[in-house]
Design a binder for this molecule. Structure first.
Ligand SMILES: *Cc1c(COP(=O)(O)O)cnc(C)c1O
Length: 519
């Protein structure tokens, strides 16, 4: 017989314990390593092999993982990873992934406890957003898919469930969102068969918020042309600068115009857990649907996105195969009410809910909110420091946790220079901000999301940008950093700056760093 379980479990058990210890070591020692290492070509090539026909001892495969995979990840665990909007993960989330893998539950449907955990997580999400407790929802990979589901539910709410049989045809449906909306929204319109041109990107004010007067004018214009406005998408936390639309004004407008009001709150939704930030999202509780991620600001390991829909019947109308779900068994394993497969496109699904449930249970929603607050406080510190440095220029207001700035004490092509500074920082392993474009200007973008980031990390980022900028601009000759950066050298530089930062007037560790409360 060919069972894949071992006959003697001793060695595998020992290997499992070793893996666990190694991962704890890595998490405990994050600060001692670089944020990111470019993957050498040799390592890349070694990973590409023909399909293995025979067995390999798990210890050997684990060794390959340790040598070729573990050192070359994106670095988002690291306190000085500030690129894009990536969550930092937690040790509890890691353990939950192990447990979920052990159970190998399929959360498409049927009657079992893992589905009750997902229902609990959805109910907590509804509670967090101020939604009614009979709101529906599912966990998905991320906000891209959650936004797609939002568009699809809005589409069938507008055209009726018959759209599932008839297709969209030439419906003239048009939707509205901010010019600063995430790129997954036009893609959602493409995938929904409505076309990206049917998404009107409304210009923003100087704070990055959708301008309500321009929105109203565009809707009126479309109606006059015989188009059918059906959907308004607000953003709570734009991906570039963290701007939050006036959600109350948008909710009012959607109500008067009979538009489905969806909010992309990919990371911003978690601000609902921080008392000082929560008012910024006022109006979100009036949305028809909200898409957000647990894997960004809530620090749950990838992937964990979520869609919440106020009126469950709308979500069922969009996805449930009536025949199947109306005739579901009253008793036995095939019972159990509404199944997750009635609420989204997936049938087989993993037990994502466990890591969300364990994260919220172990740390508590207040501590997750405190971490979100802490990252905003760090962003404010960073913005204040930039405003004090003549060599730096801030490029956007800081609504939440994202700071866009650039080095300006140089002649010539500042876009090129700042892109080089970011690449230098990343390749040296010092810090990993990303770049974006603000009003046509290339910006260094620090999105502070990780619960491990502290004031010393902010100091290292700024000091390193100044040092690299001056070196590249041919200044600062008394302390020469070569324009071609040698990783080790700059990394040692970062450690030196790190010590200086830690000894400075600012506290080295944040109060909200996620630590499990001892029992
Ligand atoms: C990150 C982000 C998305 C995409 O979310 P994924 O989880 O990466 O699919 C959408 N909108 C905004 C505002 C985001 O920040």
């Amino acid at each position: 017989m060919q069972s894949l379980d071992p006959t003697d479990w001793t060695d595998l058990r020992a290997l499992g314990h070793r893996m666990m210890d190694d991962m704890f070591d890595q998490l405990q020692g994050l600060r001692d390593g670089p944020v990111w290492r470019p993957m050498p070509d040799g390592a890349r090539q070694q990973l590409h092999q023909v399909l293995p026909r025979g067995p390999t001892p798990p210890e050997t495969v684990y060794e390959t993982f340790q040598q070729l995979v573990q050192p070359y990840t994106t670095g988002n665990l690291h306190p000085r990873f500030m690129g894009w909007v990536h969550g930092g993960g937690t040790p509890i989330g890691m353990l939950a992934e192990l447990l979920a893998g052990g159970l190998n539950a399929n959360l498409g449907g049927r009657d079992h406890a893992p589905i009750e955990i997902e229902r609990q997580v959805i109910a907590w999400a509804a509670e967090m957003l101020g939604f009614p407790n009979d709101a529906s929802g599912v966990l998905v990979t991320g906000t891209s898919i959650a936004n797609l589901i939002g568009v699809l539910v809005a589409r069938s709410a507008s055209l009726g469930p018959c759209v599932r049989r008839n297709g969209v045809g030439n419906t003239k449906l048009v939707a509205y969102t901010s010019a600063a909306a995430h790129g997954c929204l036009p893609r959602a319109m493409e995938m929904a068969g409505l076309g990206r041109d049917a998404l009107r990107m409304i210009p923003c004010d100087d704070q990055g918020r959708t301008k309500p007067d321009l929105l109203a004018a565009r809707v009126a214009e479309d109606r006059a042309r015989g188009m059918r406005p059906f959907l308004l998408v607000g953003t709570a936390g734009t991906v570039d600068i963290g701007a939050i639309d006036d959600l109350t004004a948008l909710a009012d407008f959607a109500a008067t115009q009979d538009l489905w009001f969806h909010v992309d709150a990919a990371f911003g939704a978690i601000a609902m857990l921080a008392p000082k930030l929560r008012p910024l999202l006022a109006g979100i509780q009036r949305a028809d649907s909200v898409a957000f991620d647990f894997h960004k600001w809530a620090q749950v390991p990838y992937d964990a996105g979520c869609i919440i829909v106020r009126d469950a019947s709308r979500q069922l109308d969009t996805f449930a195969a009536e025949a199947a779900y109306l005739r579901r068994e009253e008793r036995g394993l095939a019972g159990g009410g509404i199944w997750p497969c009635d609420l989204g496109p997936d049938l087989s699904r993993g037990f994502r809910a466990l890591k969300v449930w364990m994260t919220l249970s172990v740390y508590g929603a207040d501590q997750i909110g405190a971490v979100a607050q802490q990252t905003c406080d760090l962003a404010a510190t960073l913005a204040a420091r930039i405003d004090r440095e003549p060599a730096l220029q801030r490029l956007a207001p800081v609504a939440l946790n994202i700071v866009c700035f650039r080095f300006v004490a140089a002649e010539g092509d500042l876009d090129r220079l700042n892109a080089d500074i970011v690449a230098d920082l990343q390749e040296a392993g010092i810090a990993a901000p990303s770049t974006t474009t603000v009003d046509g200007t290339l910006a260094i973008r620090a999105a502070i999301v990780n619960h491990r980031t502290n004031h010393a990390d902010i100091a290292i980022l700024v000091d390193s940008v100044l040092e690299l900028g001056r070196a590249r601009a041919g200044q600062g000759a008394e302390k020469k950093v070569p324009p071609v950066i040698h990783r080790g050298q700059v990394y040692r530089e970062a450690s030196r700056l790190g010590d200086a930062g830690a000894r400075g007037p600012l506290p080295a560790t944040g109060a909200g760093t996620l630590a499990a409360v001892p029992p």
